[in-house]
Design a protein around this ligand. Structure first.
Ligand code: DX5
Ligand code: ZN
Length: 224
């Protein structure tokens, strides 16, 4: 029997004028984690929200906050996000030279540490930090915007990372982020993902549709 994947809706696709309501609604609809995309206009060509927003939203959900930092430098901002209530903090392998030190900083604050790989970054690059992360995030779009198309070439990388994680003997989750919809979800699940991030597909159709969106993504079925 296939294991149950977890769904992490990205609030990037929510109504920004009502973020608290949206976080409550998507939690009620069955989200397993709340994915928060933080962008700086430098590491990626878009600007979103910062630690004050994470802090303001934290009380609107009982689910873990999965904070995806697309910023460089990243280390000076870790404390602000841990203080704001992030549960998992993911940094990009491409974001700077002191990856290991930043991951240790996240863990020393009692938080889970994640490492994310852009589409152009090979799977093997995580070999030297796999022993100190709790989460590996495969970007299946170039980070910066929601609503982009899934890059098929990343499926092979997901397979490869699945086997690297299985061999490492530690509990490390494999998350896939970008272009996840009812068509791509089953392929990503089959490739070995534990967690699917979904922005557009989770929030489409308004509040009444959220629960069914999550159910369909989780089951990997296009026809519920
Ligand atoms: C992209 C972000 C993703 C994005 C996902 O830079 O990291 O989390 O919001 O959005 P969709 O599901 O619309 O591709
Ligand atoms: Zn993300």
């Amino acid at each position: 029997m296939q294991k149950q994947v977890r769904i992490a809706p990205s609030i990037l696709a929510a109504d920004f004028a009502h973020l608290g309501d949206e976080v409550r609604a998507i939690t009620k609809a069955g989200a397993d984690l709340i994915h928060v995309d933080v962008m700086d206009g430098h590491f990626v060509p878009n600007i979103t929200i910062g630690p004050d927003s994470v802090k303001a939203l934290r009380s609107h959900s009982t689910k873990p906050f999965d904070v995806h930092l697309m910023i460089a430098p990243v280390e000076p901002f870790i404390k602000a996000f841990t203080d704001a209530g992030a549960d998992i903090i993911t940094i990009h392998i491409e974001s700077g030279p002191h990856l290991h030190r930043t991951l240790e900083l996240i863990k020393s604050a009692g938080k889970k540490a994640g490492i994310s790989l852009n589409p152009g970054t090979p799977a093997e690059t995580i070999a030297s930090v796999i022993d100190c992360v709790d989460l590996v995030v495969v970007m299946s779009v170039n980070p910066g915007f929601g609503g982009q198309s899934f890059i098929d070439g990343q499926l092979e990388k997901i397979h490869l990372l699945r086997s690297m994680i299985d061999k490492c003997g530690r509990k490390v989750d494999l998350e896939v982020d970008g272009g996840i919809n009812f068509d791509t979800a089953p392929r990503v699940i089959a490739a070995g993902a534990d967690i699917l991030v979904a922005g557009t597909a989770a929030f489409e159709g308004g509040k009444d549709a959220y629960a069914n969106n999550i159910l369909r993504l989780r089951s990997g079925s296009a026809h519920i």
